[in-house]
Design a protein around this ligand. Sequence first.
Ligand code: NAP
Length: 301
Amino acid sequence: MEWKSSSMLLFPVQIIFYTLKALFRMLLPSKRRDLRGEVVLITGGGRGIGRHLAREFAAQGAHKLILWGRTEKCLKETCEEISLSGTECHYFLCDVGNREEVYQQAKLVREKVGDVTILVNNAAVVHGKSLMDSDDDALLKSQHINTLGQFWTTKAFLPRMLELQHGHVVCINSILSLSSIPGAIDYCTSKASSLAFMESLTLGLLDCPGVACTTVLPFHTNTEMFQGMRVRFPQLFPPLRPELVAQRTVDAVRTNTAFVYLPWTMRLLVILKSFMPQCALEEIHRFTGSYSCMNTFKGRT
Ligand SMILES: NC(=O)c1ccc[n+]([C@@H]2O[C@H](COP(=O)([O-])OP(=O)(O)OC[C@H]3O[C@@H](n4cnc5c(N)ncnc54)[C@H](OP(=O)(O)O)[C@@H]3O)[C@@H](O)[C@H]2O)c1
């Protein structure tokens, strides 16, 4: 009983301490982890943000890189570029939406390259249509790739990280997981469940020494994924450069940061959503153009 009351008293002190510590960390340069010796696997590593992640992990000294994807041409190109820069790189054809293929390719990776110590779940697709205009199979495909794919890759590589007491699971999520838009219902749903997956995993690994998670929530980024999408004030809300997303992601891994909003101002969305009435939020969506930004969407052509 005595223990309970003292820990009750300690609890608010701890909360204040950790909040101040986090604020302090934002102001002062943090200690960065050395990536030498790390074996990094990036799903969707052949192009877009994935290709920039491969470049950045290599530039920051990762020991080996493994790229997964479905299109051999871009995987090979990226792999050759990374190898030329002096970092060992391998690629494997793997559809992350196919559970059996993920387990088979993970086994092959372990045999041919070794234990993966940083897993980056980056692969995703967007169908870009409303619910009624969407083909059922296309809707299923986004959930299989964007959400369930992460279940299979994490199940394939996390057990060994736990054994080694050394590992990191990274998820390239999206700000759309917190604030959905019409016309991308498949994508927003998959990203919201992927965020729940990462929140649960991050908390679940709290008592596992040496193993941690990072979730990155970027705003619209200049790749082929959302080609054609138009926001109303592009000068005010310019798309992010994929290089920047990659740099901030690798830095978050090195500083062991759990959640990263890109840009950080996107945190305001969460605050606004927590207290504003729905009719006011709807006006914000109309005014900023997020309500209609998918009308011009073309996607990957
Ligand atoms: N672009 C944005 O505005 C934006 C904003 C926020 C977050 N994000 C997120 O950032 C991540 C990367 O997106 P991006 O912009 O770089 O898009 P992208 O250029 O379309 O790249 C997507 C990558 O995922 C791979 N991929 C797709 N389906 C796959 C599957 N079934 N199995 C394995 N790999 C698969 C693709 O390779 P293959 O086609 O060869 O398989 C490609 O390498 C995604 O998670 C996305 O949701 C993007």
